[in-house]
Design a protein. Structure first.
Length: 330
């Protein structure tokens, strides 16, 4: 009879501990410069009817149900990939700030305060997007990951807001192709590890070394479209390890020392195609990751994700650039 009493006392103590435990706090802030006056940028933000063009979440699931109130100050969403919830503009100061209450219903219930601030600068408008929220106590271990994921979403959203305000359109379109078979094969590559924010500088530089060799000296060996292999993303240290590659039927002789060779395995892959500016290709990556997290497909960690380039910025308008993002699947 003592044993159940002992257990019930432990349960009581745990219950009181959980009741008063502090929830893990989440704080995110991201900033961008938009080359337009504050009045223009503010109007893109203070009406949810405009968010359909640049929201980093609505972009990921075109078929999600979205209901926006006519006044544009409240909207609800419900999707298989982006979950469900509601956002309300509870306060705004014209050309200064927009303050929102955000409620997530699925995949788990939580609330957040989000704020967007506008500041006049020499180049136009500095836009800062913040979030203050908390996680359920049992998810404390996800705090850093959640801040990184939300931060990346904010980065995507601010880039699209910038294009929408400056150009009137966001050159980013997603097509979810689903399961495909990727043939794989031999490749020549330049492998690099760098900071994530350096990748858009380093990768074009790597391909500018690879492609002249491929077209001028090894043209007869080329066997498909150039691609990148992403070996590792380190969100904590904000680094990425990748290989810039072109496929070959046979390895060239006398490779420069900075070039390497490899074989990509024939694999079952989940494909998403992105059309538009490479600045927005992270939309396709997020679409892939969210589908994998929501078990639309089961990822295969042994097969590194790849990015296949179907045309070239050398002879293709920015909004017509096309790339396939493929994740290994079981």
């Amino acid at each position: 009879m003592c044993f159940p009493f002992f257990v019930s006392n432990i349960d009581c103590n745990l219950w009181y501990s959980f009741k008063y435990i502090e929830m893990p706090k989440i704080n995110v802030r991201r900033t961008i410069i938009v080359n337009k006056p504050i009045e223009v940028v503010f109007k893109e933000v203070n009406n949810f009817n405009n968010w359909k063009d640049w929201s980093p979440w609505l972009r990921l699931e075109a078929e999600a149900d979205v209901i926006i109130e006519p006044h544009g100050k409240q909207y609800k969403w419900n999707g298989q990939i982006i979950g469900s919830g509601e956002m309300i503009i509870e306060k705004e100061v014209e050309n200064v700030s927009v303050h929102c209450d955000l409620t997530f219903l699925t995949p788990f219930k939580s609330k957040a305060k989000t704020n967007i601030y506008f500041n006049k600068v020499e180049e136009g408008t500095e836009v800062s997007w913040t979030m203050d929220s908390s996680l359920p106590f049992f998810m404390f271990w996800m705090k850093n990951s959640m801040e990184n994921f939300i931060g990346m979403d904010y980065d995507r959203g601010l880039k699209m807001l910038k294009d929408k305000a400056e150009k009137g359109v966001v050159p980013s379109h997603l097509e979810v192709n689903g399961s495909v078979n990727f043939e794989g094969g031999k490749y020549v590559a330049i492998k690099r590890e760098c900071k994530m924010n350096q990748m858009f500088e380093k990768m074009p530089s790597d391909f500018s070394k690879l492609m002249p060799k491929a077209h001028q000296e090894w043209k007869g060996l080329m066997n498909g479209n150039p691609f990148s292999i992403y070996h590792k993303w380190d969100l904590k240290n904000k680094t990425v390890s990748y290989s810039a590659c072109f496929p070959v039927s046979e390895y060239p002789k006398d490779l420069p020392s900075e070039f390497s060779t490899g074989v990509y395995p024939s694999s079952k892959m989940y494909k998403v195609t992105h059309t538009g500016a490479m600045d927005h290709i992270s939309n396709a990556w997020s679409a892939q990751m969210m589908r994998m997290r929501n078990k639309v497909f089961k990822g295969n960690k042994r097969v590194h994700p790849i990015e296949v380039y179907l045309n070239s910025p050398m002879d293709t308008p920015t909004d017509e650039l096309k790339a396939e993002i493929l994740f290994g699947m079981k």
